[in-house]
Design a binder for this molecule. Sequence first.
Ligand SMILES: NC(=O)N[C@H]1NC(=O)NC1=O
Ligand SMILES: [Zn+2]
Length: 453
Amino acid sequence: MGFELIVRGGTLVTAQGEQRADLGIEGGQIVSIADELLDGAPHTLDASGLYLFPGVLDAHVHLNEPGRTHWEGFETGTRALAAGGATSFFDMPLNSSPPVLDAATFEAKRAVAAAKSLLDFGLWGGLTPLNLERLDELAEAGVIGFKAFMSHSGLDEFPAVDDVTLYEGLKAAKRLGLPLATHAESDGFTRRLTELARSGGASTARDYLNSRPVVTELEAVQRALLYAHELDAPLHLVHLSSGQAVALAVEAKARGVDVTIETCPHYLHFTDADVERIGAALKCAPPLRPQAVQDDLWGALLRGEIDIVGSDHSPAPPDLKTSDDFFALWGGISGAQSTLNVLLADGHHQRGVALAAISVMTALNPARRFNLPQKGELRVGADADFALVNLGQRFTLEQADLQDRWRQNPYVGTSFQGQVTATYLRGRAVHQHGQFDSTVGGKLLTPHLQGAL
Ligand SMILES: NC(=O)N[C@H]1NC(=O)NC1=O
Ligand SMILES: [Zn+2]
């Protein structure tokens, strides 16, 4: 059998564990996995001493192009992702302008992403009270799933769903065979608490944190789970910030609800105290939580209850991240580059999370949940997407290492153990030691659905 590339001497990370093996790659796919492959390929990559993780599939990023490329665009955003070991990502329907709410806006984003993305990409379609009747055409266009906000999204052009829209949207999602993702914070709760705080002159980071307590997440999660249960519809809960919210979803899953659970690296790494110390770079919604809440989230992760870890990379230009009024700042954390680093350092090295579990949460589970059989694992027949990781290597993240548009990553100065040294997409290096190759070119990923459309 001919190979275009042999990756020699590495340790493969799979859902089953770790395996010392060579990879044979041909036509951008893994065609052989063996203890030792014979020579004869035109290219050989020496991976001895390194781990091969399946390329991260970041199911949650906001690259904001077209329309807000000055916030972040496909070029800079995908470099940050590639530097962190990602080979694919799903772009959220906002904060691009216009947001992706129908086939025409899908096509506008697809075209610019196809021209500029370094990595393979899927596109989320939005669900708002404005476009319920457009979900069929979005499915036809090839969205990976639908995304709804249960509280204000930060942008008036992407309004929150009312209960009827959410219920009907879940019904459509079931019919179309695509998961519906919810940003689960209660609008009634967060809106009123924000009004009360601001009318009393509140403006500090602590005031903001107090306006979005955990109960506002629990109420929305409970309601979304109720509807999904009633309808037997596929629900994906993005960026759960608390162990309590995960527990509600786990309980529902045990009752047969078709729900998957995402959390983000920032909820695992930072706490409310860090928001007060670091400020705007750590403003997000739901907000960062007290240590005890984070401890519960880690407990859930260690029990295998977190399906997916996504970055929720959501940058904004410095003027939107600068104000004396914490409520007025853009909410969103720029962490696309650091997902694997947080999981390796805080998860594996500090808490003993298995490498296999990390690969499942960052690659296999998102590929499975969103129906991409070619992605997510190091297996014969799958795309040759992988990150090379020097697991023991310690490094301190410097501003100069950052690839995102505004270098706002809140992990700057953090010392991590476990470094990504290169990232391969379909058998070709898109990133090596801080150098990027855009000639490979990212492709649109659309779900492989069996007879649903
Ligand atoms: N619109 C947007 O990017 N919102 C994201 N930012 C954030 O902090 N939480 C979100 O859902
Ligand atoms: Zn988001």
